[in-house]
Design a binder for this molecule. Sequence first.
Ligand code: NAI
Ligand code: MG
Length: 356
Amino acid sequence: KTLRIGMIAGDGIGRNVLPAAQRVLEAVPGIPKPTFVALDAGFEHFQKTGTALPKETVDTLKSECTAAMFGAVSSPSHKVAGYSSPIVALRKEMDLYANVRPVKSVEGHDPRMVDMTIVRENTECLYVKQETIEDTPQGRVARATRQISERASTRIGRMAFEIALAAAQVKQQRGAAASAYGWTGGPTVTIVHKSNVLSVTDGLFRESVRKVAAEYPNVEVNEQIVDSLVYRLFREPEKLSTLVCPNLYGDIVSDGAAALVGSLGLVPSVNVGDSFIMGEPVHGSAPDIADRVPSIANPIASIRSAALMLEFMGYVEPAAKIYDAVDSAIRAGHVTPDLGGKLSTDEVTDVVLKAL
Ligand code: NAI
Ligand code: MG
């Protein structure tokens, strides 16, 4: 079995941090020796060629690659004719219907022991981008369509239950360490919605996930209205575990949750479909610190995203080794300036490789 990984560095610090992921993937024991193929996408590529996501990138991913890593792309705040975000297009092209974002504290480092995973639906909700505007006698009125389907809600629900089961297993294996994270019981899925107000759309989401729950009698199911969930996120994040959310709530809740662990430069994600997996740090292209020599971009989000990619491909042990190596670097204070350290991107990566 071979591993061929598409590497889409993109713009800004995407180019600074993706090599760190590659070095770690080359070094981690327990996986087939990976090969890599560099692929284009992004705003700079668009400026050069008029295309943000070349067909060749998508074709190569589909025909050659087992999985991929995505760095970051810049999206201009003004509208640029012909440009639309390649990450949104890629998720659609590859049918990556789930965005999974674990937010975890490092034991012995962070004051609050957070260990939650947000499972965000990646294909619909308000992001179907069907917006209209019309002139009326009372002034302009804009409308957006919000699509929630039974099919998308059911498959994201199933993913959340599988993740909750896997997370509980990992915690059980780690025993004592797990209790430090405030984890006490078995696997739990919390359905995040607002069906008290949006009873049709969020109602369908809630009902579809609840139906999946019947297949998982060993997983505890509860639910929380999104606004009170945000309250709990700040008050008692230690008590949250696996959250399943429609697209927009998931976007907002997961960025908020990232603030609980110190830096955007730490938080990984993975885009998951039934036949493809793509790791992606949560942060953007960070033009304010991009392309410094030496680079000071924190490589940890990117390295953890590579581990997450492996985990979702079934390489659970190699992924755990990477997480542990990263945690030890953080605990020892071998970090970049965003975390108060003095090391460069490459130096942090060197420390992680040594721990590995
Ligand atoms: P950002 O995540 O790029 O940066 C926010 C702040 O966090 C900046 O001060 C940056 O220096 C810092 N930061 C982010 N990642 C870091 C890392 N690895 N190490 C150290 N510091 C880090 O978000 P911002 O500034 O809102 O957006 C910049 C560009 O990125 C925009 O063009 C935006 O559209 C794009 N973006 C792309 C995303 C993606 O590719 N998935 C996601 C979010 C934003
Ligand atoms: Mg976001």
